[in-house]
Design a protein around this ligand. Structure first.
Ligand code: HEC
Length: 162
């Protein structure tokens, strides 16, 4: 089976190339640098959540209602929500002096933390489905529920600075 043999050789050389790259890199990031990156990455997810809910909040405060934007942004929020537990599982930064508002209990209650992220995703999908119907009052009436699932997690897992 010459073909299979060739595949194995290619796979092996790809692996050794990857391995060589990581070995030849002078020094990989230190655990401290990894913690900073992990913190920045999870904060980026929250920044994008805020970017996407912003226009919806704006509509509730009197900006022109745009059902398509409301639906699109809510669907983005549902996808971003799935990254929240993933990013916190990626690295436990409790032992590092990172600039964070994440409370240490997140890593003691990963299931509850994930459940709160899932609740956000669910609320966002419900919101998006309502927005798809195009009814302004019904859509914006759902903002309390959507925003509530942000606050519900912040209450337990984010430094209270408000
Ligand atoms: C499952 C928990 C959870 C949910 C749900 C959640 N957040 Fe957060 N949020 C956090 C935690 C924890 C932090 C602190 C992260 C850090 O500093 O490392 C945070 C931080 C933030 C920040 C500050 C980010 C920065 O610049 O450092 C913003 C803005 C934010 N959240 C907005 C939102 C919005 C808007 C929603 C809802 C659409 C939301 N969050 C839903 C837990 C959550």
């Amino acid at each position: 089976m010459p073909n299979q043999g060739r595949k194995i050789i290619i796979a092996a050389s790809v692996l050794s190339a990857l391995f060589a790259t990581s070995l030849s890199a002078e020094e990989g990031p230190t655990p401290e640098q990894q913690a900073v990156t992990a913190t920045e990455n999870r904060q980026a997810v929250f920044k994008l959540l805020a970017v996407n809910i912003g226009p919806i909040v704006g509509m509730a405060r009197g900006a022109p209602f745009d059902a398509a934007v409301a639906e699109r942004n809510a669907r983005r929020i549902a996808v971003l929500a799935t990254m929240i537990p993933e990013r916190f599982a990626a690295m436990d930064t409790r032992a590092f002096a990172v600039e964070t508002e994440a409370l240490p209990v997140i890593w003691e209650n990963p299931d509850d933390f994930a459940a709160k992220a899932a609740a956000l995703a669910e609320a966002a999908l419900t919101f998006a489905d309502t927005a798809a119907g195009g009814d302004q009052a019904a859509t914006l009436g759902g903002l309390r529920n959507l925003g509530g699932s942000c606050g519900n997690c912040h209450d337990s897992y984010r430094v209270d600075d408000e």
